[in-house]
Design a protein around this ligand. Structure first.
Ligand SMILES: *Cc1c(COP(=O)(O)O)cnc(C)c1O
Ligand SMILES: [Zn+2]
Length: 403
């Protein structure tokens, strides 16, 4: 099927093969409104993961046979023990439970399936880490070559995870924003780039919001809070909400408010929001522990900003200190190890509550975008660890746990 891609801003449409970005400069997404109009919640079988929403995706899983890793169907966890800390009724969507440990799998799966259907033999991506890992894993399962372009200073430990799936890795010197844009404009043969905010990726990533809204039935959450870098995931979530409204499955007055959150040292979208500007422009970035979301020139920044405004939300940024605290709370209270870039969202919830954007009655879903099991963190192991004799086990245990 020849599906059109449309500009959310000026409405112009194209074939995906023609362009991945509108001539007005804004990003495109798949024109699936007609499919959405007839969409109904699927039956209760969640074994197909996100492919259960194939009716509103530009391609189905069968295009990838053998299918390989199955993304999606992550749980929605009610985290009442963190309500007081969060200042609202808190629900967590642990996207780190996807096969390669982040939500990127959803978009990758669609990109790879679409490429396979087109008879492609390679898929490309420009990424700091999670998207590159995801792309190389799904490409391997589908028999495609993965061409991964990373910034020259990407740590080798990250590249080990990616290289394990057999990807070809290019360390690129030079401006990351330019690399991102120029790879999308390349005339390529036998493959295409599926970067962070491209139509195929946004199509897959919208399924996280389909899941949240389905898991929340019969009501809807008041707000969805998520960490933002390129703005690709925020765009997908916004698109899903629009489609569910079109399908008549979400009343206009029940559309959740969207709150994109950034790390304060690198927060171009929050800056534009604060300054009440219509569009997002590049900033001079500082260092942050939230490396996966440090994008000083986000390609879908304006789209994410628009999503927040149109849904009655806001964009905020949080300090690394607040992020570290939120990350510790998630690990020690909810049993969830997430990377700093995900913890930013919970720190954002706390900040939004402090500002009165969220209140104690609000049902808030926080998307925890990526797993904490891929990197090493600065945790004080020594103060929690002792070396003891085998004979001392019983006595020492009693001293610690009481009896
Ligand atoms: C990619 C990523 C994000 C940001 O997603 P965008 O679609 O680029 O806005 C947030 N958290 C983690 C863990 C990521 O890997
Ligand atoms: Zn346009």
């Amino acid at each position: 099927m020849d599906r059109r891609v449309r500009c959310y801003d000026c409405g112009k449409t194209y074939r995906l093969e023609e362009r991945q970005r509108c001539s007005c400069g804004e990003p495109l997404w798949f024109d699936t409104d007609a499919d959405a109009a007839t969409f109904e919640w699927p039956d209760d079988d969640w074994t197909a993961g996100m492919w259960r929403y194939a009716d509103v995706l530009p391609v189905s899983a069968t295009a990838t046979e053998p299918m390989g890793p199955v993304p999606g169907a992550t749980p929605l966890v009610r985290a009442a023990d963190l309500d007081e800390y969060a200042g609202c009724s808190l629900h967590l969507k642990p996207e780190g439970q996807n096969p390669t440990g982040s939500f990127k799998d959803r978009g990758t799966a669609v990109g790879v399936a679409y490429g396979r259907r087109d008879g492609h033999d390679w898929i490309g991506t420009v990424s700091h880490g999670n998207m590159a890992l995801s792309t190389s894993a799904y490409a391997a399962a589908a028999g495609l070559e993965a061409a991964v372009f990373v910034p020259a200073d990407t740590p080798t430990e990250r590249l080990e995870l990616i290289a394990r799936h057999g990807a070809r890795i290019f360390r690129v010197e030079g401006d990351y924003g330019r690399l991102y844009a120029e790879t999308l404009a390349l005339e390529t043969d036998g493959g295409r780039f599926v970067n962070s905010d491209t139509p195929l990726r946004v199509a897959g990533q919208k399924t996280v919001a389909y899941e949240i809204l389905e898991q929340f039935r019969p009501s809807a959450p008041d707000a969805i809070v998520l960490p933002v870098s390129s703005g690709g995931q925020a765009s997908g979530v916004w698109k899903a909400l629009r489609e569910l409204e079109t399908a008549g499955l979400l009343d206009s007055e029940d559309v959740p408010r969207l709150y994109p959150v950034q790390a304060a040292p690198c927060d171009p979208i929050a800056t534009a929001y604060r300054e009440d500007r219509a569009t997002v422009s590049a900033i001079e970035p500082g260092e942050t522990i939230a490396v996966s979301i440090a994008n000083a020139d986000p390609p879908s920044g304006t789209r994410a900003l628009t999503a927040a405004r149109e849904t009655g939300g806001a964009v905020v940024s949080v300090s690394d200190e607040a992020t570290r605290e939120a990350m510790d709370r998630l690990a020690t209270t909810a049993g969830l190890s997430v990377e700093p870039s995900s913890a930013v969202a919970l720190a954002g919830v706390r900040e939004l509550s402090r500002r009165g954007e969220l209140d104690a009655d609000d049902e808030v879903v926080t998307i925890l975008t990526g797993s904490g099991y891929k990197e090493r963190y600065d945790v004080d192991v020594e103060s929690r660890t002792r070396t003891i004799d085998l004979e001392a086990v019983e006595r020492e245990l009693a001293a610690v746990v009481g009896s």
